[in-house]
Write a protein of this length. Structure first.
Ligand SMILES: CC/C=C\C/C=C\C/C=C\C/C=C\C/C=C\CCCC(=O)SCCNC(=O)CCNC(=O)[C@H](O)C(C)(C)COP(=O)(O)OP(=O)(O)OC[C@H]1O[C@@H](n2cnc3c(N)ncnc32)[C@H](O)[C@@H]1OP(=O)(O)O
Ligand SMILES: Cc1cc2nc3c(=O)[nH]c(=O)nc-3n(C[C@H](O)[C@H](O)[C@H](O)COP(=O)(O)OP(=O)(O)OC[C@H]3O[C@@H](n4cnc5c(N)ncnc54)[C@H](O)[C@@H]3O)c2cc1C
Length: 664
């Protein structure tokens, strides 16, 4: 049988220790053990089946999600899972649901923006799920522009309460996940008003629904905002609309870590920067970067396995056609995505460390790294989600016609993933934040304030503005120092050029708007440098296992040279490399594809995904694609009857020409 033999033979060709690569991918032996155990637990539980998801009506789909969420919670309690194991279980259930927002945003917001007392009051309730919360920031009229939110929270000194109100239609909360049908509570972002004075946006814990009968509390209008892109996909989530009509909450339900309102109605600022009100967004953006590597690797795993099973043209002497993975065009589309999945994994790992480091500093009242953390999380969220969304679609095309079938798993993966380019900050808006940070850094060069963190390279501005790439032969592109210098010089030169163009404007804000398309490109260049440099740093660590390091080096070089090839215009126009060096990079890339080819299947096996998680007939571990595709087709409800419903009303009259006769 084609698939079985092909994948078994591919696996036997691997030139590295797959089990050790699994550890590298997971992050540690412990993480691998946990994710392996929990993913199998989910895969073997019939309640967590997802094969009918794309065929259910919205109501049935949603109820099924509630059933799974309740079952997941039951299993977490029964098995006494740790926080880490519980998070893995929710991940492998693989169905967007209110739980994501409760654990992923509501709880972190209270932890990050609540005082000690507020945490003591609310966190135990949230941890035991006695209340379910969501994150209600975006409104009908404003999402990106957080300072433009219109919901008001007016302090009433008579009663020691805030009055939460939606003064306009556009102030209706719109989009929060989990809000539409499930959440009992929300962190609501609104304008703090004291004595008619507007003190800007702050977070407030507001109860939305009765804990007895789940009905909305007085003054609250609430519902779901309707069907979203794709079948199944993100429609398991109850993204909601919410309006307040003078709803009163006690004063101590304003999240008061950043600023406090006293009983007398005085606003007291603590020593933490006001931007901490945006702290949950930094946290979630960091999580989204790790998640990008999961979504991309999942699509790549499906496309790689299928490309080894699928054969088209080129009859060989043994009468067998060519595996499509052997076509150079297939490799040049697929392998950069494989390399990107690994690259995003490692930059995600680093970003997690950076976030933890910033948090520890914040506890010690050191706020110096917050701007860099904001820029890195914003930029990398943007870069990785855009590349992943495009990458999933490319994987669909790599699977030819069968990729368009829901049973390939790719259409639903695409539909569920693409909003990541928008939520938690529109990707262009976030890149503009990075650009601001870069322009600020460039403007401070020579002022005595040394660039830090990921902008340290900008301290070598003179060298980077003048350096010439030393590549003379294709293999020179394999040297990490050569790659790094080219990426640093490109980023430096693009940032400096943007800053110089900006300086020509009398009004900096106007200049920023005018040049924003170029500024976005400079931000992309900086973020790609971060990804490349973190991959190179990873390779400097001790990497055990036969051949593992060699494979990762090849993937790192593929990622870097693919980006170089894709953005050749930047590298050439800034004079970082010559056309000859560009063509040597291309030659090296081709050679790297050949190096990865025999290891491709093993490299996707190292993700350690179960067939349940992949939910793809094309990506099955055993490669048994054709019989299963055939089998799946017959499961479609349209095939329940041989003659379809509607035959008599709509097909028969055409065939019998009754419709034409009626018109004549
Ligand atoms: C299926 C699930 C898949 C993946 C998820 C995986 C894991 C996630 C885990 C859990 C989550 C669960 C599910 C996720 C699914 C969906 C969740 C989606 C949730 C949401 O979308 S919530 C809403 C998010 N909204 C936004 O992101 C809005 C975007 N806008 C902004 O962030 C800002 O307003 C802005 C950055 C655009 C602001 O621009 P501005 O110019 O107006 O600036 P300000 O005046 O406001 O600020 C000036 C000053 O402050 C600095 N700044 C800005 N932001 C921050 C920040 N976050 N931290 C620190 N500093 C910040 C800025 O740089 C300026 O500094 P300066 O020095 O004065 O220049
Ligand atoms: C599936 C999903 C789940 C969500 N979940 C939540 C949630 O749980 N809680 C919550 O509060 N919100 C949630 N959101 C809302 C989400 O965070 C916002 O939609 C997002 O921040 C983008 O804001 P916007 O919709 O206002 O886009 P807009 O800002 O209106 O963007 C429209 C266009 O304008 C461009 N644009 C905007 N401003 C600028 C600028 N300054 N310069 C250049 N171009 C600009 C953008 O690039 C984009 O092309 C969710 C959204 C989705 C899709």
């Amino acid at each position: 049988m084609a698939g079985f033999d092909d994948l078994a033979s591919e696996r036997s060709k691997a030139q590295f220790d797959v089990e050790e690569m699994k550890v590298i991918w997971a992050g540690s032996r412990h993480t691998l053990e946990v994710s392996d155990r929990i993913s199998r637990l989910v895969a073997n539980d019939p309640v967590f089946r997802k094969d009918t998801r794309t065929m259910l009506s919205r109501k049935d789909l949603f109820k099924n999600t509630l059933r799974k969420a309740a079952h997941a919670w039951k299993r977490i309690i029964e098995l006494r899972l740790s926080e880490e194991e519980a998070a893995e279980l929710r991940f492998y259930v693989d169905e967007p649901a209110f739980m994501d927002l409760h654990w992923g945003m509501f709880i972190p917001t209270i932890k990050g923006q609540g005082t000690e007392e507020q945490q003591q009051k609310w966190l135990p309730l949230a941890y035991k799920m006695k209340i379910i919360g969501c994150y209600a920031q975006t409104e009908l009229g404003h999402g990106s522009n957080v300072q433009g939110l219109e919901t008001t929270a007016t302090f009433d000194p008579q009663t020691d309460e805030f009055i939460i109100h939606s003064p306009t239609l556009t102030s209706s909360k719109w989009w929060p996940g989990g809000l539409g049908k499930v959440s009992t509570h929300a962190v609501v972002y609104g304008r703090l008003i004291i004595d008619s004075k507007d003190y800007g946006v702050n977070g407030f814990i507001v109860q939305l629904r009765s804990l007895d009968d789940h009905l909305p509390l007085p003054g609250i209008t609430i519902g779901d905002i309707g069907m979203k892109f794709g079948s199944g996909a993100y429609n398991t989530m109850d993204n909601g609309v919410l309006r307040f009509d003078h709803v009163r909450i006690p004063r101590d339900q304003m999240l008061m870590r950043v600023s406090q309102v006293t009983r007398e109605g005085k606003l007291v600022q603590s020593n933490v920067p006001w931007q901490l009100v945006y702290g949950t967004m930094v946290y979630v953006r960091q999580k989204i970067v790790s998640d990008a590597s999961c979504a991309l690797s999942r699509a790549v795993c499906i496309a790689t396995r299928y490309s080894a099973v699928r054969r088209q043209f080129g009859l060989q002497s043994n009468g067998i056609e060519t595996q499509v993975i052997d076509y150079k065009t297939q490799q040049s589309r697929l392998f950069p995505l494989l390399a990107s999945a690994y690259a995003f994994r490692f930059v995600g790992e680093w970003l997690k460390w950076l976030y933890m480091d910033v948090n520890q500093r914040l506890q010690a009242s050191d706020f110096s790294t917050l701007p860099e953390a904001h820029a890195c999380t914003a930029g990398l969220k943007s870069l990785t989600t855009s590349a992943t969304a495009d990458g999933i679609e490319e994987c669909r095309k790599l699977c030819g016609g069968h990729g368009y079938l829901c049973s390939s798993g790719l259409p639903e993966l695409f539909a569920v993933y693409i909003p990541a380019c928008t939520y938690e900050g529109d990707n262009i808006v976030l890149l503009l934040q990075v650009a601001r940070f870069l322009i600020k850094t460039v403007s401070q060069l020579g002022s005595g304030k040394e660039p830090v963190g990921t902008t340290v390279y900008m301290g070598r501005v003179e060298q980077l503005m003048q350096c010439h790439c030393a590549v003379q032969k294709a293999e020179d592109w394999l040297k990490p120092s050569v790659i790094l210098e080219a990426f640093e010089a490109r980023s430096m030169r693009m940032s400096v050029a943007s800053a110089q163009n900006l300086a020509k404007f009398d009004n900096q804000e106007e200049g920023f708007l005018e040049l924003s398309a170029d500024l976005v490109q400079a931000a992309v260049a900086h973020c790609q440098l971060i990804v490349v440099s973190k991959f190179i740093e990873k390779l400097q660590q001790d990497i055990p296992g036969k051949g593992v390091k060699g494979q990762l080096e090849a993937l790192c070089n593929i990622y870097a040279l693919f980006i170089l090839h894709k953005h050749l215009g930047d590298f050439l126009s800034t004079g970082c490399i010559t056309p000859k060096q560009a063509s040597l990079a291309n030659a090296q890339l081709r050679s790297l594809y050949s190096q990865v080819r025999p290891n491709a299947i093993a490299l996707v096996d190292a993700f350690n995904y179960t067939d349940h998680y992949l939910s793809s007939v094309l990506g099955r571990y055993d490669g048994n694609v054709y019989p299963k595709l055939y089998e799946e087709a017959w499961k479609d409800p349209l095939n329940d009857s041989v003659v379809p419903d509607g035959y008599q009303e709509y097909i028969q009259p055409i065939l019998k020409q009754q419709l034409r006769n009626a018109r004549l």
